[in-house]
Every structure is written in structure tokens, then in C-alpha cells.
Design a protein around this ligand. Structure first.
Ligand code: PXP
Length: 241
């Protein structure tokens, strides 16, 4: 069964709106785990717009499942990761002006630098995934530089409807099949919600989904417990299709 890692960044977004101490992503993470989350994801951004260093350090002590730290491939973040030692790091491209992560890494162009970066993390016992657009070429580049896995960007799939969505789904499928064949851990995420998860969850080559915005949004109305349980139910239902 595919796992669900719940991204709690946007609990911190609300907190940072008032530079307050609540709501606390650490509490949200604990509740998500109680309701079936298989992992917790946070993105420590260079501008610290939502998750703060304090969150990452406390989560390392409190998360009982798996802590996935999303971060840019910078020296500052490498130092944080080597100190915190999350179970996993997902390397993402990061731009200051973007609202959220807009595209996958260009692994081919930055292969040499990324290879070195990945090996520092792996030497410290941290698993490393690279966030890529759905492209078999990108998977091959990740395999070449020694990453443990990939996270396939599902944003283009999630942001469209009709035939374009079908072709985006096919790109995700082809990418996941190759990733699995090359022995890489295959994750997917970005823009996934309660309406679009079923189809992508039917791809059995995907090991794990990273989902944040839709779960935290729904949690405002129904509580994080029901929001997580419902997403888990849909992932299970999708796998059975
Ligand atoms: N995966 C990656 C690499 C991301 O950057 C994000 C957004 O932080 C997500 C997954 C989760 O996306 P969403 O919040 O749209 O579910």
C-alpha cells in the first residue's frame, strides 16, 4: 500500500501570519500520525516563510514515523540536515518569489554538484530523493548520480482537466514505472487533493505520496484527524482500482 507523508508547512503559515506560537506544526504532526500518517514532511525554506528551524529540531525528537525534510541544495541546508539527521531529505529547487515549489530539479545540468551533495547526505545515513518533473530522462539522471529515489512532481497533472490531465497522468505513470525498474524509491506529490488523488493512487509503482495544502485546508473544517483519515482512505481506494 502506498504511504502518505503529511506536509504540515501550512500549519506554520497560519502561525507565521501573527508571528505567534500557534497553531503548532509539531502538534499537527503528532495528530496526523495518530490518524494514520506514515510520515511527516516539512520544507525549511531559505526565507523561513513558514517552517522555522525550531520546528525541524523538535519534530526530529517527536516524529515516530519518518521525518522528511524538503530543502534546497545549499550549504546552509546541508548543515541543518547533517545536524538534524531526518530520515529522508527531498531536494527541491527553490526560488524566493514563488508561492510554492514550481518545477522539478534540472538533474542533468547540475548532475556533478548534486552527486556530491547527495553523497554527503547519504554518508550521514540520510536517504535522499530528488524532486523531478515527470520525465524518464530525469529519472535516469537521478539513478546516475546515486539518489535513493525520486519524488515526481504532480503539479501539472493536478492543475489541469480533461485530455491534458490524462496525458500528464501517463507521463507520471511512465516515470514511475522506470523509477521502480531502476530500483529507486518512487514518491509523488504537489497539488494532490481529495478530487484528484484516486487516479494517481492507482499507479502501483508509486510508493509514497507527499500531500500538504489540501489536507491542512480540509483540517480547518473537519479537523486534521478526519482530513488525514479520508486521504488515507482514498489512497487505499485508488490502489484497488
Ligand atoms: N512535494 C514537494 C517537493 C513540495 O515542494 C510540496 C509543497 O511544499 C509538496 C510535495 C506538497 O504539495 P501540496 O502542499 O500542494 O500538497
Amino acid at each position: 500500500m502506498a504511504k502518505l507523508s503529511v506536509n504540515v508547512d501550512h500549519v506554520a503559515t497560519v502561525r507565521q501570519a501573527r508571528l505567534s506560537i500557534e497553531p503548532d506544526p509539531v502538534v499537527a504532526a503528532a495528530k496526523a500520525e495518530l490518524c494514520g500518517a506514515d510520515g511527516i514532511t516539512v520544507h525549511l525554506r531559505e526565507d523561513r516563510r513558514h517552517i522555522q528551524d525550531r520546528d525541524v529540531y523538535i519534530l526530529r525528537k517527536t516524529v515516530k514515523t519518518e521525518l522528511n525534510l524538503e530543502m534546497a541544495a545549499t550549504k546552509e541546508m546541508l548543515d541543518v540536515a547533517l545536524e538534524v539527521k531526518p530520515d529522508m531529505v527531498t531536494i527541491v529547487p527553490e526560488k524566493r518569489q514563488e508561492l510554492t515549489t514550481e518545477g522539478g530539479l534540472d538533474v542533468k545540468t547540475h548532475g556533478d554538484a548534486l552527486k556530491k551533495y547527495v553523497s554527503h547526505l547519504k554518508d550521514a545515513g540520510i536517504r535522499v530523493n530528488l524532486f523531478i518533473d515527470p520525465s524518464p530522462e530525469a529519472v535516469k539522471s537521478c539513478h546516475r548520480i546515486g539518489s535513493d529515489g525520486v519524488e515526481i512532481h504532480t503539479g501539472a497533472y493536478a492543475g489541469t482537466k480533461g485530455p491534458v490531465r490524462e496525458s500528464e497522468l501517463k507521463r507520471i505513470y511512465d516515470t514511475a514505472v522506470l523509477s521502480r525498474r531502476l530500483g529507486l524509491k518512487t514518491h509523488a506529490g504537489h497539488g494532490l487533493d481529495y478530487n484528484n488523488i484516486l487516479q494517481v493512487a492507482s499507479i502501483s509503482e508509486i510508493d509514497e505520496f507527499a500531500i500538504g495544502y489540501s489536507i491542512i485546508s480540509r483540517a480547518l473544517y473537519v479537523g486534521i484527524e478526519d482530513a488525514v483519515r479520508e486521504m488515507k482512505r482514498l489512497i487505499t481506494a485508488g490502489r484497488g482500482r
